[in-house]
Design a binder for this molecule. Structure first.
Ligand code: DLL
Length: 435
């Protein structure tokens, strides 16, 4: 089901027109109301009048995470606090949290973005939406909540954690829609499997909206099989309001980005030039509707590519491939680029392993070490190392062939790797400096 066909299926030409109008307005606001942007644009010798259409976007300055930190907390705000209705923040990687503020319209637009994603899973009246993303400063909880409200669905604001209660209410209330991180969904599936009170047959779950961290096709299959649902990817970031910057449609074949609100570009992170269409690079967004904190050309550090071929669902909104990871998540181990999600991809190819893993990187005797903790599933696990050997070899070989480095694999008993209720932590890089 398409929530807003007029926008989601708009012709490319009309979309460019709408984007152009909105960009011109956003740039003017930034220049007039945000000293940071006025300074940046003056440095580049660009005036708002130079921006005549969306094609002029590359005349504008970039905004980086460091800029957000320097302008913390409200330096990028374009409206007085009397117009602000809400503040959210994410923990961020630079020490200070990343802050976003919202006017009433910003909250309405944010809900619209989430509602469009929920509609792809036919969420509407009568659906019970269990929001198991964290509520609070994190945007996941309230973002999904308001989107469900916009779809006319029942909101169940349980927040993250308390897994026994999650599955009990899922059964007792007849939850049909689950919203949480994919790693927490996996943990809930595991709790259901182990529970003597709740059976998967008792549940009315039919669709899940999972995001806030990278996840793989293997993980999708695992979640769909275990929870007997359709698992839909939802994407977003605090700087662009939160979840619902885009999401998958029923085809589950790329994340449609709501380009009427967030203009995407892919750049080469070294040269800062646009990549050729369809190539991988760093995702950059310009907000086109945000009032309280408009952002120009924000460098997300998320690595992906845009897919311009039309989608079978009828939406014309451009699609984005799965996020490989943030450039900050990329580890360089013995000179090889490694993303944690590659390990998840490999593990989910093996029926013998759970998808849980933890990577420890260190440097000993001037050489990088790469230790990988994994779990065998209950039925394959034995504490006897000799019995583990036949399972280690194929995993080792596959990692060497896909990732290109030799791991030290440690098999742990099932359930020993920490389960997360929010974004999972997969890596401890103990090296003093990253090469
Ligand atoms: O994670 C917002 C969100 C909440 C999205 C709930 C989806 C669902 P932040 O905490 O600011 O906001 O983190 C944003 O998380 O730049 C990506 O690196 C990553 N991320 C978010 N969604 C996905 C996804 C929220 N579907 C950062 N796939 C982003 C991969 C994702 N990575």
């Amino acid at each position: 089901m398409i929530h807003n066909p007029e926008i989601e299926c708009m012709s490319r030409e009309d979309m460019r027109k709408l984007q152009s109008e909105r960009l011109i307005k956003t740039v003017k606001t930034c220049y007039d109301k945000v000293p940071f942007y006025r300074r940046k644009m003056d440095e580049l010798g660009v005036k708002p009048e130079d921006i005549k259409s969306i094609d002029d976007i590359n005349k504008l300055p970039f905004t980086t995470k460091h800029d957000l930190r320097d302008e913390y907390p409200f330096g990028l705000q374009a409206v007085p606090m009397t117009d602000v209705r809400r503040i959210h923040a994410s923990s961020g990687t630079t020490g200070k949290p990343v802050v976003d503020t919202y006017t009433d319209n910003d909250i309405a637009n944010w809900s619209e973005g989430v509602a469009r994603v929920l509609a792809a899973g036919n969420v509407g009246h009568g659906d019970i939406v269990q929001v198991a993303y964290g509520y609070g400063l994190f945007t996941g909880g309230l973002g999904a909540h308001d989107g469900a409200n916009k779809r006319g669905a029942v909101q169940l604001p349980i927040s993250a954690g308390n897994s026994e209660k999650q599955i009990m209410l899922m059964k007792d209330f007849g939850t049909s829609v689950l919203c949480c991180t994919p790693s927490y969904a996996l943990h809930l599936a595991e709790c259901i499997e182990k529970s003597d009170k709740v059976n998967i047959e008792d549940l009315k779950l039919r669709v899940g909206f999972f995001g806030a961290e990278p996840w793989t096709e293997g993980m999708r299959k695992e979640l769909e099989d275990k929870l007997r649902i359709k698992a839909i990817d939802i994407y977003g970031l605090t700087e662009m309001s939160g979840p619902g910057v885009g999401g998958e449609c029923e085809c589950q074949n790329g994340t449609h980005l709501w380009e009427d609100m967030f203009f995407p570009e892919i750049i080469n992170p070294d040269t800062l030039e646009p990549v050729a269409p369809g190539e991988f690079g760093e995702l950059v967004f310009t907000s086109l509707c945000k009032e309280a904190m408009p952002i120009l050309r924000y460098r997300t550090r998320d690595l992906t590519r845009l897919i311009y071929e039309p989608c079978k669902c009828g939406r014309t909104a451009v699609r984005m491939d799965r996020i490989l990871g943030r450039s900050d998540d990329m580890m360089i181990i013995r000179g090889v680029n490694v993303f944690p999600s590659q390990i998840e991809t490999v593990l989910t190819e093996f029926p013998t392993y759970t998808p849980y893993y933890f990577i420890t990187v260190d440097r000993k005797n001037n050489e990088d070490t790469f230790d990988l903790d994994v779990e065998l599933r209950e039925e394959f696990y034995s504490p006897n190392p000799a019995k583990q050997m036949p399972f280690i070899k194929p995993l080792y070989d596959r990692i060497v062939s896909l990732v290109g480095i030799k791991p030290n694999i440690h098999i742990l008993p099932p359930g020993s790797i920490e389960r997360s209720t929010g974004k999972a932590k997969h890596v401890n890089d103990k090296r003093v400096f990253k090469n």
